[in-house]
Write a protein that binds this ligand. Structure first.
Ligand SMILES: *Cc1c(COP(=O)(O)O)cnc(C)c1O
Length: 364
C-alpha cells in the first residue's frame, strides 16, 4: 500500500463558496482568482467547481493557456499584466485582458502589432504602494492608453491593503473616486475581504469583484471571523493516517530536539504527514489535528515525513486511524485551515499554496 496521505478538492464546496460570494455582491460580476495554481488546488481541479464564474484571474500565461485548454471561452485577466513584449502576442492569441500598472507596459502596447484591440485594466495605487500608477499619474496614463489603436476598453482597478482589518477601505476608496470619478469604464476593487466585509457598499463592489481565498473556503479576516461565520466551506482537505503509536512515560521526549517532554504517562500517534508534504514545520505543540474526527493536538517538532499527536482524547485510536490535517474529515467534521495556519504563525493562503507535489490529489 502507498503512503496514506491524500488531498481532496471538493467541487461542491467551490460551487457553494462562489454562490456565497455572489450573495454578498449580487450586482457584480465575479473574477474567480485562480493564480498560484488556484491557491495550490490546481486550476484543472477547481475548474468544474468555479466554471459559473464570469471570468478567471491569473498571473502566469501558462495558467491562462491552461484555462483555454479546458475550453474556457470567457474572460481571463492577467493580474500583473505583461512582463515583456512577446507576452502581448499571447494576449492576442488567447484573447486575454491584462492589467497595466506602469508606463513600460504602455510602451510595449504602443509597439504591439495586432488586428484585435485588447481590453486592459488600468491600475491605480491608492495607498498600498505595490502596483499601480500614483493618482497624480493615473489620468495621463489613461489618456495615453485611450489614444492607442491597440487598446479597446479601459477598465479601472485598485487593490485594498486593509479590507480585512478595522482600518477598512474608506481612505483608499476616496483616493480612487477623487482621481477617477469622471473617467468612463468598468471598475474592479474588491478582493474576498472587501466583498464579505464591505459588500453592502456599492462603490466597493462596483462592476467586478475579485475573490480568491473565500472561494477556497478560508476566512479572509481570521481570527476576527472564521469560515463558518462567513458561510464558507473548505475546498481542500488534507488527510492521512496513523502509522505508529507510542506509549510514553512521564519525562519521555518526542521527536527531534526532544522539544516535547511527556508531562505524564500518555499515548501518542505518528501521522504520515510532514513538512515535505506542505505541512508547516513551524506548527508548535498544540496545533489542532482531527483523529477519527475528534480534535487532538500535535506534540513535538514536525519532521519531514511525520508529525506526532497526543491521543488522550481518542484512546482507542490505533494504526490506520484517520487523521485530518485540515479541511473536512471523511466523517464530515471540519478543521478549518485558518486554525492550523494561526497556530503556525501564518495564514490559510500560505498553507494551501504550499501543498507539495508529492501529495496525491483527488477531486470529489
Ligand atoms: C490575489 C488577488 C486577489 C484575491 O485576493 P483574496 O484575498 O484571495 O480574495 C484580488 N485582486 C488582486 C489584484 C490579487 O492579486
Amino acid at each position: 500500500m502507498s503512503r496514506p496521505i491524500h488531498a481532496y478538492i471538493h467541487t461542491q464546496a467551490l460551487r457553494d463558496n462562489l454562490l456565497r460570494v455572489r450573495q454578498a455582491a449580487p450586482d457584480a460580476r465575479v473574477w474567480a482568482v485562480v493564480k498560484a495554481g488556484a491557491y495550490g488546488h490546481g486550476i484543472e481541479r477547481v475548474f468544474e467547481g468555479l466554471r459559473a464564474a464570469d471570468g478567471f484571474s491569473v498571473l502566469d500565461l501558462q495558467e491562462a493557456q491552461a484555462l483555454r485548454d479546458l475550453d474556457w471561452r470567457g474572460p481571463i485577466l492577467l493580474l500583473e499584466g505583461v512582463f515583456e513584449p512577446r507576452d502581448l502576442e499571447l494576449c492576442s492569441r488567447l484573447d486575454l485582458w491584462h492589467v497595466v500598472h506602469h508606463e513600460g507596459q504602455i510602451d510595449m502596447l504602443s509597439r504591439h502589432k495586432t488586428q484585435l484591440a485588447q481590453r486592459v485594466y488600468l491600475k491605480m495605487n491608492t495607498g498600498m504602494n505595490r502596483l499601480g500608477f500614483a493618482p497624480a499619474r493615473f489620468r495621463s496614463a489613461w489618456v495615453r492608453l485611450n489614444a492607442l489603436p491597440q487598446v479597446d476598453e479601459i477598465s479601472l482597478m485598485t487593490h485594498f491593503a486593509h479590507a480585512d482589518d478595522a482600518q477598512g477601505v474608506d481612505a483608499q476608496l476616496q483616493v480612487f473616486k477623487d482621481t477617477s470619478h469622471d473617467l468612463p469604464g468598468e471598475r474592479s476593487l474588491a478582493n474576498s475581504a472587501a466583498v464579505l466585509r464591505h459588500g453592502t457598499h456599492p462603490e466597493v463592489v462596483a462592476d467586478w469583484v475579485r475573490p480568491g481565498i473565500a472561494l477556497y473556503g478560508s476566512a479572509p479576516d481570521h481570527p476576527l471571523h472564521d469560515a463558518t461565520f462567513w458561510g464558507l466551506r473548505p475546498a481542500m482537505s488534507l488527510r492521512s493516517q496513523i502509522i505508529a503509536t507510542q506509549d510514553l512515560k512521564t519525562g519521555d521526549e518526542v521527536g527531534y530536539g526532544g522539544v516535547f517532554k511527556a508531562p505524564r504517562d500518555m499515548r501518542i500517534a505518528v501521522v504520515a504527514c510532514g513538512y515535505a508534504d506542505g505541512y508547516p514545520r513551524h506548527a508548535p505543540t498544540g496545533t489542532p489535528v482531527l483523529i477519527d474526527g475528534q480534535r487532538c493536538t500535535t506534540v513535538g517538532r514536525v519532521s519531514m515525513d511525520m508529525l506526532c499527536v497526543d491521543l488522550t482524547p481518542v484512546p482507542q485510536a490505533g494504526i490506520g486511524a484517520a487523521a485530518t490535517l485540515w479541511g473536512q474529515a471523511s466523517t464530515s467534521e471540519v478543521l478549518c485551515i485558518d486554525e492550523v495556519a494561526a497556530a503556525a504563525g501564518t495564514v490559510g493562503y500560505e498553507l494551501m499554496c504550499a501543498l507539495a507535489p508529492r501529495v496525491p490529489v483527488s477531486v470529489d
